[in-house]
Design a protein around this ligand. Structure first.
Ligand SMILES: [Zn+2]
Length: 305
């Protein structure tokens, strides 16, 4: 082929590829997703903007977003997927005129940090130190986007605000990732647990970000032993639950680990282990749609992969 012609063909293909990509890119949140994203009062000055499950994809917005209206301004916990900033702000404005002053991300994932950028680089933003390290590896926070990385970090615990506005942040060890924060609204008896308590099903153990199926129940046990006087728990992608529900999930993660470890020792394949679901009957209302992925992650962890 003539060189100029060949270059012309390549240029045309390039333009076509860009045009196709643009046509496929979602133009912001879908109507269906916006419709299921509501602001709900949890207690007094604390609200959530509801998140959704990653499946079905059409209505996926990200995790639950906490909205805590303090005297100084609004503290936002988790910012859903990229593109959700305007919807989050619109929902906040339906309950308060105060500005967003602080963002806390429970962990690194894009469905919890995706709209940090929308709130600008001057907002105070706080994460556990391992989560900041994980975020620096994300494309969404590289290059000139590094200005949107959280400014403030902590290792084990951090208190911000005082009196009725006090928030206690805790890191209890690895589980979903190696940097999951538990946000405790002391005066209200509410805790935001993020994806350490994602849904009533096997959890996503993100070993690429330091997650651990072995440590998960131990970290939750620490939370149960340390945090006092909490009645309501905000999970990652489920309706607001009770402290008892949270304790049940801790038992579930402990049993998920022990059942899977026993299956591996008995020489069962991942498929066989994931099909052995008899023990799940102890957990009414729990699904097993994510069990196989969790079993695979635990097999990998057991074999040192
Ligand atoms: Zn997550």
């Amino acid at each position: 082929m003539h060189r100029a012609l060949a270059l012309g063909v390549i240029a045309t293909l390039g333009t076509l590829t860009i045009a196709v990509a643009a046509a496929q890119a979602p133009a912001g949140p879908s109507q269906a997703a916006v419709a299921v994203t509501k602001i709900e009062k949890v207690k007094d000055n604390l609200y959530i903007i509801t998140g959704s499950s990653p499946t079905p994809r059409e209505t996926f917005s990200g995790g639950n977003t906490g909205v805590f209206v303090t005297d100084k301004g609004v503290v936002v916990v988790d910012t859903k997927l990229a593109g959700w900033g305007p919807t989050i702000l619109e929902r906040i404005k339906s309950v308060t005129d105060k500005p967003v002053t602080t963002i806390i991300n429970t962990h690194t994932h894009g469905d919890h940090t995706g709209s940090n950028e929308f709130f600008g680089a001057s907002v105070e933003s706080i994460v556990q130190e391992n989560t900041k390290a994980n975020m620096t590896r994300m494309d969404a926070f590289k290059g000139d986007k590094a200005q949107f990385l959280p400014k403030r970090t902590y290792k084990d615990t951090l208190t911000i605000g005082a009196g009725k506005d006090q928030i206690d942040l805790y890191y209890f060890g690895p589980g979903h990732t190696n940097g999951d924060t538990f946000v405790v609204y002391r005066a209200l008896g509410v805790m935001h647990a993020g994806d350490m308590f994602p849904w009533k099903d096997a959890p996503f153990i993100d070993r690429s970000n330091g997650g651990s199926g072995r440590q998960w129940p131990l970290s939750l046990k620490k939370a149960l032993d340390t945090v006092k006087n909490v009645q309501s728990v905000i999970g990652g992608h489920q309706p607001v639950a009770t402290w008892k529900d949270f304790a049940t999930f801790q038992q579930f993660t402990a049993e998920l680990w022990s059942q899977t470890e026993a299956a591996q020792k008995a020489g069962k394949s991942v498929d066989e282990a994931a099909a052995s679901t008899g023990w799940l009957s102890k957990y009414p209302g729990y699904d097993s749609t994510r069990l196989k992925a969790a079993v695979q992650a635990i097999y990998d962890e057991l074999s040192g992969k």
